[in-house]
Ligand binder design. Sequence first.
Ligand code: FAD
Ligand code: PYC
Length: 416
Amino acid sequence: MQRYSGFGLFKHSFSHHENWQRMWRNPTPKAVYDVVIVGAGGHGLATAYYLAKVHGITNVAVIEKGWLGGGNTARNTTIVRSNYLLDESSALYEHALKLWEDLSQDLNYNVMFSQRGCYHLCHNLQDLRDAERLVTANILNGIPNELLDTRQVAEEIPYLDCSPNTRYPVLGASVQRRAGNARHDAVAWGYARAADALGVDLIQQTEVTGFRKQDGVVIGVETNKGFIGAKRVGMVVAGNTGPLAAKAGFRLPVESHPLQALVSEPIKPIIDSVIMSNAVHGYISQSDKGDLVIGAGIDGWVGYGQRGSYPIIEHTVEAIAEMFPVLSRVRMNRQWGGIVDTTPDACPIIGTTPVKNLFINCGWGTGGFKATPGSGHVFAATLAKGEPHPLAKPFSIERFHTGALVDEHGAAAVAH
Ligand code: FAD
Ligand code: PYC
């Protein structure tokens, strides 16, 4: 490693920021692609990567209205876990978790995936019963999960107030030890670089404004820079799903809400896991820089402003101070919001749409970051074959007609 003196550091900070190799090209769009993906968030980029890598389909464009990774992908609090209750969803999230475990090697890009464990705290009898049911269901599905009592929680999370005199005493917790965090923007960049290297065109600053159809079949997208033809189109636009689906001529049971997060000033390492509480309603982890990364639930009203409202911030920091009184004087540095697309059963929608050759992947709500590799992997297969991947089948739009919902409000962990 090269070492610099104080002066050397100063000098090189001016001299070394030039002639860097570009991570991806800036291509002019072709007239027509085999697949056009709308939305260069983690899910859209992962879809493009697996289309090229797994299915050999490289004549692919990802079209992004802003900059890639500028949506929820780089606004989330980076929690990755697969401890969902029901067979259909735990299978999908576990598929993703297995891909996370090799992702840095696969992309040759360090996404800083850290399996530091994720605790869900129990503060009342119902929480304990839910945790017991979740742990049992996960184990039956081959997903290790553990139930801890108060003493074990206190030992493993030393700064958590586990005394019996608190307003919401800690009665126990479930812990998924393979869960953790990853660096969110690195996930977007890693997928983007790898997809570009396989020939995928990443087209930024280009907004899809509509869909061109012929006899009810989509044949391409209208953009603010002109028409781009496509044999198949995948729509992966998270909080913008409702308005864009309307442009394609159909409605979805999706509501878009702001979801906020906060980070504190950096402090010495005191939290080496992810800790979530549904009842007190806040969650926390600590980044490698030392910031506390904090969040809670959605703003309850529909909105498209990427900021959110003050009462949620107040409620969130109150919850954290309740659980970790030691943090009550730590200052918050920054706050932001993303727009999450929620569905009635807190599960995604993946598959076909009423428009032939237009496919959709949306509705990940507050919990899609953890799914990024799995979502991209199954959506790529869906686009390549023209029919849902087996893991995606339970998440079709039809479930809102048949009533076969996959209700994951409990495991979604963040209220919505
Ligand atoms: P996005 O990253 O939002 O990508 C969609 C892209 O589509 C955007 O870049 C957007 O600009 C683009 N787009 C939209 N409309 C158009 C158009 N017309 N034309 C072209 N492009 C368009 N999940 C977890 O699993 N763990 C967490 O800890 C977690 N924490 C969160 C905390 C916050 C504050 C927020 C907001 C979300 C959190 N989530 C979490 C949820 C997670 O971030 C999302 O579910 C996930 O990132 C969705 O990824 P995506 O690629 O579908 O969407
Ligand atoms: O899905 O684990 C999650 C989550 C945590 C914070 C936001 N989403």
